[in-house]
Design a protein around this ligand. Structure first.
Ligand code: KG4
Ligand code: ZN
Length: 332
């Protein structure tokens, strides 16, 4: 079965062609980072307008790279939530139109589910596994029991991890998005230079919180003055990152131990972080847990993971009709 996947939930316009849920024939992403960069975050109205400009060329490009015409596609998968409603509507409306015109069935995909399953684009990981989804919009912990069976274990009480990266990068004038820039800066910094606080919760809870560290960095920058903090920017980046990574790693390892599930899978844009990957692997090894993460291009938003999730639902016979609407607050 060949599935076309379309993703426009936030600021990336993406399309992919996936064969039999396994072979990626094309995976095209057009980032809007340059458009939103000057604002230090995604501007919803600009995002949806840009999706309108990008979506047709991106879908055409994906089909062309796959060496296929629409007629050879067996099903279409499109993100219908959660995300920015204007952005979601662009992809969903296009796909409904394509499906109506061509008669090819389509399914709406939950963006969160697609992130949780993205690892299967590259390798088989047996169920169940503990999945940490850390992105610009979400920080969630699930036990993935099988496709369609997701046990919510915990999530952030305030900001998402990626949001903390982006806000701290903005404070330091590092541009948007900030995750990769801070990750790179931190490579040359001392992660023990400054002790930023880690949010703590009850022993039996798998909660996250990143608003405190954001404020702590802000106070630190204020207390030092620009000239001084600019001189120690790599240490600040490394110390901030270490605190965020600890707050992501600890509940995840704790959840795996408490549930007796020996596999951990990371996903979402923050899962591309080099220190997170290193530390969770080390701590996982020490506890006898296997840790898996997708390649960075499958951690951030992409059409291949949407095609993959859609493939599983299409294979099970699900078909959506044209009444399906975008759902900005869709949960899993
Ligand atoms: O999954 P994603 O592409 O979009 C959302 O659904 O949010 O994640 C984007 C987020 C941004 O906040 C970005 O700063 C962060 O992922 N990010 C990183 C890294 N690469 C991207 N955060 C930390 N380290 C990275 N290497
Ligand atoms: Zn995402």
């Amino acid at each position: 079965m060949v599935v076309l996947g379309v993703e426009t939930s936030c600021d990336d316009t993406a399309a992919a062609v996936l064969k039999d849920g396994r072979t990626i024939l094309a995976n095209v992403v057009s980032s809007q980072d340059q458009i939103h960069g000057p604002y230090g975050g995604v501007v919803p109205e600009l995002a949806s307008r840009q999706h309108i400009r990008n979506i047709l060329p991106i879908v055409d490009d994906a089909l062309q790279k796959a060496g296929m015409t629409l007629k050879e596609i067996d099903g279409i998968a499109v993100t219908y939530g959660p995300g920015l409603v204007g952005s979601l509507l662009v992809g969903l409306s296009l796909v409904k139109g394509m499906s109506f015109h061509s008669g090819i069935p389509y399914v709406g995909v939950n963006h969160l589910e697609a992130h949780l399953l993205a690892i299967h684009l590259e390798r088989e990981v047996p169920f169940p596994y503990i999945a940490l989804l850390a992105s610009g919009g979400h920080t969630l912990l699930y036990c993935v029991k099988e496709i369609g069976d997701y046990l919510h274990l915990g999530g952030t009480r305030d900001d998402a991890a990626g949001e903390a990266y982006d806000k701290v990068a903005k404070m330091m004038g590092l541009g948007y998005p900030g995750g990769r820039v801070i990750d790179n800066l931190a490579r040359n910094g001392d992660r023990t230079a400054i002790h930023f606080p880690r949010a703590r919760f009850r022993k039996d809870s798998y909660a996250f919180s990143f608003s405190g560290i954001k404020t702590a960095v802000w106070h630190y920058l204020k207390s030092r003055g620009k000239e001084q903090w600019e001189a120690e920017i790599a240490d600040i980046a490394a110390s901030f990152q270490e605190a965020v990574v600890d707050m992501l790693v600890n509940p995840t390892i704790k959840a795996a131990i408490a549930t007796g599930v020996s596999r951990i899978v990371l996903s979402g844009g923050v899962a591309a972080n080099s220190r997170l990957r290193e530390k969770i692997t080390q701590q996982g090894d020490a506890e006898g847990l296997d840790v898996f993460f997708p390649a960075p291009k499958f951690c951030t938003d992409n059409g291949a993971m949407i095609a993959l999730a859609g493939y599983h639902w299409l294979k099970r016979g699900r078909r959506d009709d044209f009444r399906l609407n975008a759902d900005a607050d869709l949960t899993l």
